[in-house]
Design a protein around this ligand. Structure first.
Ligand code: FES
Length: 311
């Protein structure tokens, strides 16, 4: 009995040590939830106040429209790259004088402009996060917001006389914080899977496979089936069957539990909209389309196959 208890304690200890320190620390910070909720409320109110244009602007900020891919990660390269160049330019100027003084200032300003855009898109994506993902995102977002404030102060100091060394020290310190904040952001995407296509790891049938019979799919009702491991949602509209992946590409929501309006289904979790005709995302926060499938009915048997390979 005592041996069993020791073994269980050892297994629990091992399970604990397997979780990344960052995740474990963030998981313990319950005080982050009210902060995150307040930020999400502010973001939601901002877009609501914009009315109908707010919906389109939000879609552009997510990357659903225009880019067709998450916009925030693409923008973060600007401040990280520019601030890295800026810090190098500042210190080469101090050490050798072979780089013009203004080079560091310019790089800092470019980075600042990029960081503000990245922050706007980041807070937009943050609006639809929950649980551990949300806590991690708020740590990342607030740290980066602090960095933006420090860089802005450094830029203003550089415009005045006599405080350049302090301004350079400040932006160097901010760059070091960026490295930490970027690591948290990386964990958010690569570790937790935020903003990744939730259909990325599915495969499905490239030949027609049976998923039911005619009576299983009454007019106007969505039905979830499995096709060689791929969850599929099927609907019959005006007698014709349409199908696409049932797992929402945004965060894995069950599309068959969503709301159907004509050819468009709205995800029950964060209200992304997808067109049954071709799986296209027509409303964010999702930025990736659903896997489209061909459907056929032969002799009362319903079969589906992927319209194109998923990998
Ligand atoms: S899971 Fe977020 S919109 Fe579907």
């Amino acid at each position: 009995m005592e041996i069993d208890r020791r073994r269980i304690r050892r297994l629990i200890r091992q399970a604990r040590t397997r979780e990344r320190t960052l995740d474990r620390v963030i998981r313990g910070q319950a005080w982050l939830d009210p902060v995150a909720e307040a930020v999400q409320k502010a973001v939601g109110s901002f877009y609501t106040a914009l009315g109908m244009p707010g919906v389109s602007i939000k879609d552009v900020m997510h990357g659903t429209k225009v880019l067709g891919h998450p916009l925030h990660p693409a923008l973060t390269d600007i401040p990280i790259g520019a601030w890295t160049v800026g810090v190098l330019a500042d210190w080469i100027f101090i050490a050798t004088g072979r780089v013009p003084q203004v080079a560091g200032d310019l790089a800092l300003a470019v980075g600042l402009a990029g960081a503000i855009l990245a922050a706007l898109t980041g807070y937009t994506d943050f609006h639809e996060t929950t649980g551990h993902e949300r806590r991690t995102a708020v740590v990342h977002g607030l740290t980066m917001t602090g960095v933006i404030a420090i860089e802005a102060v450094s830029l203003v100091m550089r415009l005045g006389p006599g405080v350049r060394p302090a301004a350079i020290l400040l932006s160097t310190m901010a760059w070091l914080i960026v490295v930490v904040a970027a690591y948290v952001g990386g964990q958010l995407t690569f570790g937790i899977g935020s903003a990744v296509n939730h259909n990325a790891f599915f495969d499905g049938p490239m030949e027609f496979v049976r998923v039911g019979t005619r009576d299983d799919f009454p007019e106007g009702e969505m039905r979830r089936v499995e096709a060689t491991g791929l969850p599929v949602v099927i609907v019959r509209r005006q007698g014709l069957l349409h199908a696409m992946g049932a797992v929402c590409s945004h965060a894995g929501g069950p599309l068959h539990e969503g709301e159907l309006d004509g050819d468009v289904v709205t995800c029950p979790w964060h209200h992304s909209k997808f067109r049954f005709e071709d799986g296209r995302v027509v409303g964010g926060p999702a930025t990736f389309d659903q896997p489209p499938l061909f459907v056929r009915e032969r002799g009362g048997i319903v079969e589906v196959k992927l319209a194109h390979p998923l990998k």
